[in-house]
Each structure stands twice: as C-alpha cells, then as structure tokens.
Design a protein around this ligand. Structure first.
Ligand code: ADP
Ligand code: MG
Length: 698
C-alpha cells in the first residue's frame, strides 16, 4: 500500500518535478518567471515543454490541452495529441515551447459579451506559469489565460492575476513605509470551503428538473427535514465515506490539499475544505475540485449537486472564501503582531479591508450574483444580500478606543496609541462566534460567506483584491507625503473607522430588524437579486476604481455585466420552461389519472353500496380537480410571462422582467403542484419526492 505522501501531487508538474527534470539554467529562468513574472525566453519554453511532455507521456498522457476559464463559469479544454508523423510511418511524441506558451482555440462559441466581433472569432490562450500543469485522464492540462486578439480578457484568470498584481504593488508600498525593505511581493491566499449535496443517480435520473436545471422546481416538504439537526457533523454513511475516500485520492494526486470533510446541516449535504493556497492556484483547484466531485460521484452511483438551492425549504449550499494576504516570506498581514509597530501595521491593513468592503459592498454582492444564489442570500440560512462585517468584541473595542481617543475597555484598560501601545492578544475563539455575518474576521483572515456553491471564486477575489488595493493605494499616497508618519497614520486609521464603521455589525445577520437598520439607518445596500445588483457594475465609482488600477478595461466590464445578466435570464427561462413541461407532461396527467381511478372506484362502490356517502373520494377528487385547474391556469400565466420577455429592449430590461414577472409566477405555480403531491397516492406521483431523494443514500 502506498501512502498519501507517496502519491500526493503525482499528477502535477510541480516544483519538485521541474527541479528534477530541468537543467539548472532553465529551472532558474522558469522560477524567475513564476516568482517575478519576467518574460520567458523561447529556448527556455522549448526546454520546459520537452520536459513536460516526457514527464506526461511517461505517465500515460497522449494529449495536451490549454485549460482555461471562460466567462460561462466552468472550465474549457480542447485536446490535441502529441503525435507527429515520421517519414517511416511511425509517430513521435512532440510538444514545442510555442505550443506551451500560446494556443489558438476557435473560441467563437464562448460568451464574449460583444468583445469579440465575428471577424476576429478566434481568441488565444496564454500559459500561466504560476499555476502548475497537471494530468487529467490522459491529457496534460496547461493552465492558461484566455484573451481576444484585441487583447481583451475573455476569462476569469486574466483579471484575477491582474488584481493579485495590483494588490501586491500597493501592499509593498505600505510595507516599505513601515521599514520593510525586503518583501518583494505580497500574495493573497484563499481556502475555499465547498458545500455540496450527494444524491443517488437513480433519483436524479427520474427528475427532469434536476437534470435540466440542477435543482428541484417542485417538491413538497418531507415529513422529516433538517429540524433535528442530526445530520450536521453526524456519522458519515458508508457509501458517502467510500466516495470521500476516492475523491480525496483523486484530489491529492492533483496536488490539491483536501483536508476537512464532514456532513452539513441538510440531509445528504456535505462539505469539503482544502488547506489554503495562493489565490490563483486556489481558484484553479476549486474549479478542478468541483469537476472531480462530479466524476467521482458518478463512479459511485451518485450525483453531486453543486447548485446553491437544490431543494426548497432545505438549506442551500455555499462556499466560504477564507482570504488573507501575506508577504513572500510568509508574514500574514492580517495577523495582529507582537510589537506596537507591527500592531499599527496590522490595524492599517485591517482598515484597508474595512474601507474596501464598505466602499465596494456592491462589487462583493455582484461577484456572487447568480440566479441560483439569489435563492440563498437572505433566506435565513445564508448571509443576507446586505454586505456587512464582523470583527468580534475585542477588535471592536480597540477600534472604538482609537476613534474616540478613550481608554480601551478590554483587559488592559489602556489608551490605544498607535506605534506606542501593544494591542491586547486576541483570543481567536472570540473572533468567530458569528456565523450569520457575510464577512467575518476569523483571527488572521477574513471569511466571505456569500458565495454560492457553484460560483467560481475568481470573481470574488478579483473584487476583494482590487478593492483592498485601492484602499492601500490611497493610504500609501498620503503616508508617503506625510510630514509626520505616525500622526498621519493615526489620523488615517481614525478617519477610516469614523467613516466606515457603519459596515461593522456584530449582531444577528438573519434578523429582520437588521435589514431595517442596515438599509434605513446605516444606508447599506440591499440588492436582493442579480437583476438588482448587476447593472451597478458600471457605476462610475466602480468603473473608476477597476479601470484605474488596470484590472479591467471599461469594455471588459460592460461585457461581463451583459454576460452575467444573460446567464441569469437564460437560467431562469430554462427553469420556467422545465416547469411548464413537467406540468403538462407529468404532473397534470398524473393527477388526472389518479382522480379518474379514484372516481371510477367510487362509482363501483356506489353501485354496490348505494347508501355510502363516499365523502373521502368525492372531496379528494373535487380538491385535486380544482388544483389541476389552478395548476394549468398558473402554468399558462408563466408561459405568457416568458413570451412577454421578447418585448424587452435590452438585457437589463429583460432581467428586470424576469425578476418581476417570471420568477414570481414560478413560485405561484409551484404551490398547487406541491399541494397536489401531498394529496396524490405515491404510486401515481411521476417523480421521487423530497423524502425519497434526501434519504436514499446509504
Ligand atoms: P472553519 O471556518 O470551519 O472554522 P478554519 O477557520 O480552520 O475552519 O479554516 C477554514 C479554511 O480557511 C481552510 O480552508 C483553511 O485552510 C483556510 N485558512 C486558514 N488560514 C488561512 C489564511 N491565513 N488565509 C487563507 N485561508 C486560510
Ligand atoms: Mg469557515
């Protein structure tokens, strides 16, 4: 039996393999490119390509692909084999530096939001050496960025890399001001906790809604749901354990640090968390994790549901984005320090995040906006659509004492003078008590909890990195010009607290009173749906910040807004059409059959026993017939709402129509269907119920 450490990363062309298979010169140039982003010489690229190919072929690979993340939210790959013909009729396996560095997929079918005119349908992919190549199946996958020939980013990786770069640049400026002359870069890291449902393939195949939309569009509440809280951290069933073991093996081979696994709150719901790593790598790895979860599930006769809200009335699935920033030598800048000077630096970085989250609440909301996640945010299980921050009592007290120049009321009861006093030691346990906050400080990192389980983490981290970079840029501009560094620092921190403390909320984020306070008293944003928030991507302040830092061009932003809105509209329309189809093809016929049989049997009884009242049969037939009429009526209304979308002038108008007409009609159609499910005999109902699906895994 081999142990995990023997095969961990065995399918990754990682630093160990590079060092072993490249000459010292080539390794050194490649390292420089990875660490500092310097240009790669073609002769170096050729040598790297040769080594990569030899390594991959020895592991059974026959193909290579440029692996990228177009704007549809999943990953894309087009495979080319390594074979090249020899004059004698045989083939040799070839792979050049040019093929490694650049690919030209015919990418005209990927969403571009108007960035790529048809005459330049081709985009190109460019190797991202900061994320290691890996083997999936028989294919060497090379992580790449995807751009149009006009140079516009058509993917999620390009702006993510840009955002990491600008954050690093601005953070290093701050570090220099604090006397750190050695840090070359500051790196943002993420550990994404991934939730998912595991159901049996058998149940899945019987539900058109799951197959077409990833979630159930009908389904009455089962007699038992999650009310006993007996699933959370409960004993993992044998079938699920086997799946998790297999999944871990596959992830470990790909160098993914799968660490924690447990059952979640809802029946059939689970979570997987990796150990955190550099944002870029974490993003690639989270995409891979989601893909591999689905593949491994299929091998075990399961389907892994990554939808944010697969079942109404049952908790949905999210993804927690644990984020921190550290220097290239590994000093976490969100960790309170040991000396007064380190404390001041920590507080400045903390303030940069506070300011960023308050100034760009909308961008964080936009980053997690999808039709699926709209069902989760604010549904008393996930953070509300309002973005706020939780810092914990101790840190709050420190900030208050700075803001008001009053003694800190913590254990030390001292005045907080920056650069002089030592911060009290925070008890890590007290920083993470609030599970309802969208953005919580958890001791040495922030946990952003609003992401949906299927979201790429790229968007969130692009916005987070950029917004924090912007705060740091403003701070650095002021501090570099300051006559007296410490006075200016103190003033700036105090002003940040004063101006932005409205974003800090330590209470219960699920409470209705909070919505009122947040919006009416504090003036925080509450964009409930994708249609509400997405147009604000183009608000002047957002465009100014994102283009100013060079993370997006204005055209890239416009295209992204349009693609996200199109995606929202298409998703909802597919759901609506699936509902209409299920009503006509399955639900209405099933109820009709049941009521007809019931009436027939009642008639027989009546013939035999004329004195019987047949109350049960008569009332049930009447109730179900009335429900069927109501179902058809509501289905017709939904159909009309979908038809009405053609009147929309543009994508913003269409998304608003979807929000105001289609989505509400879907909810009303569901009600009589679910009621009918409860009244119809089991053998007649055309698909498995919630109880069947949620409790079928062994
Ligand atoms: P929980 O949130 O369940 O209490 P933890 O806080 O221990 O669990 O960690 C959750 C995730 O946060 C893990 O993926 C972990 O690797 C990640 N994490 C821990 N420290 C950091 C850090 N400094 N930066 C980014 N992510 C981190
Ligand atoms: Mg967590």
């Amino acid at each position: 039996m081999s142990t995990v450490s023997d095969y961990f990363g065995s399918m990754v062309f990682d630093d160990r393999v590079m060092r072993a298979s490249l000459s010292a010169d080539v390794y050194a140039s490649l390292r420089k490119t990875i660490d500092e982003g310097s240009e790669l010489d073609i002769s170096v690229a050729n040598a790297v390509a040769e080594a990569m190919k030899n390594w991959a072929v020895a592991k059974g690979a026959t193909h290579f692909t440029h692996w990228f993340q177009p704007l549809n939210g999943i990953t894309a790959e087009k495979h080319d084999s390594f074979i090249s013909p020899s004059p004698d009729g045989s083939v040799i396996m070839e792979f050049s530096g040019k093929e490694l560095i650049k690919g030209e997929p015919d990418a005209s079918s990927f969403p571009s939001g108007g960035l790529r005119a048809t005459f330049e349908a081709r985009g190109y992919t460019a190797w991202d050496p900061t994320s290691y190549a890996f083997i999936k199946g028989k294919t060497l996958c090379i992580p790449t960025a995807f751009c149009s020939y006009g140079g516009h980013a058509l993917d999620k990786k390009t702006p993510l890399l840009r955002s990491m770069e600008v954050l690093s640049r601005q953070a290093v400026r701050i570090l220099r001001l604090f006397g750190n002359n050695t840090a070359k870069r500051v790196v943002s890291s993420v550990g994404p906790e991934q939730e998912y449902f595991l159901i049996t393939q058998e149940m899945y195949d019987k539900r058109p809604d799951l197959r077409f939309t990833g979630r159930t569009l009908f389904g009455a509440k089962p007699p038992k749901g999650q009310e006993l809280d007996d699933h959370y951290f409960g004993v993992i069933k044998p079938g699920v354990t086997a799946f998790m073991e297999d999944l871990n093996d596959e992830l470990w081979k790909l160098g993914i640090l799968a660490k924690t696994e447990h059952n979640e709150v809802a029946p059939a719901q689970h979570e997987l968390a990796p150990i955190y790593t550099t944002t870029n790598l974490a993003t690639d790895q989270n995409q891979l994790t989601m893909e591999i979860m689905q593949k491994v599930a299929a091998k075990h006769g399961f389907v892994c549901l990554l939808h944010e809200k697969p079942f109404e009335g049952v908790n949905g699935s999210g993804k927690h984005n644990n984020w921190s920033i550290a220097t290239d030598s590994g000093i976490n800048l969100l960790s309170p320090g040991e000396t007064p000077y380190e404390n001041a630096q920590f507080l400045l970085f903390l303030c940069a995040v506070i300011k960023a989250v308050d100034d760009y609440q909308d961008l964080l909301r936009i980053a997690v906006a999808t039709a699926g996640n709209d069902h989760r945010l604010g549904a008393n299980e996930a953070p509300p659509a309002i973005v706020s921050m939780f810092l914990g009592d101790e840190l709050n007290a420190v900030l208050e004492s700075i803001e008001t120049d009053t003694p800190y009321q913590g254990t030390a009861k001292t005045q907080m003078k920056l650069g002089v006093d030592v911060l009290p030691k925070f008890n890590r346990d007290t920083t993470d008590r609030n599970r309802t906050s969208p953005f919580a400080f958890t001791g040495n990192k922030f946990e952003f909890r609003s992401l949906g389980s299927s979201n790429s983490i790229a968007c969130t981290n692009i916005m987070l990195n950029s917004a924090v970079a912007e705060s740091l840029r403003i701070y650095a501009d002021r501090l570099e010009k300051a006559e007296d560094f410490e006075t200016e620092l103190h003033e700036m921190i105090r002003k940040t607290i004063k101006d932005h403390k409205r974003i800090i909320f330590n209470g219960n984020g699920y409470d209705d009173a909070w919505v009122k306070e947040a919006t009416e008293v504090r003036g925080l944003l509450n964009y409930r749906t994708t249609a509400d928030c997405m147009p604000h991507l183009m608000d002047e302040k957002n465009v100014k910040m994102l283009t100013g830092l060079g993370v997006f061009t204005i055209d890239e932003l416009k295209s992204r807004r349009d693609i996200m809105l199109e995606n929202y509209c298409k998703t909802v329309v597919i759901e609506a059409n699936t509902m209409i189809n299920m009503v006509h093809k399955r639900i209405a016929p099933a109820i009709t059959r049941f009521t007809a049989d019931l009436a027939g049997e009642a008639a027989q009884k009546k013939a035999l026993f004329p004195e019987l009242e047949l109350k049960y049969e008569t009332e049930l037939v009447a109730r179900l017939s009335a429900l069927t009429d109501s179902i058809i009526e509501k289905s017709n209304e939904l159909e009309a709402a979908v038809k009405g979308l053609s009147a929309a002038e543009d994508i913003i108008a269409e998304s608003e129509l979807i929000r105001d007409t289609v989505v509400p009609k879907m909810s009303t159609l569901r009600v009589p269907c679910d009621e009918a499910e409860l009244l119809t005999a089991k053998s007649y109902w055309p698909f498995p119920t919630y109880g069947d699906i949620l409790f079928s895994v062994k």
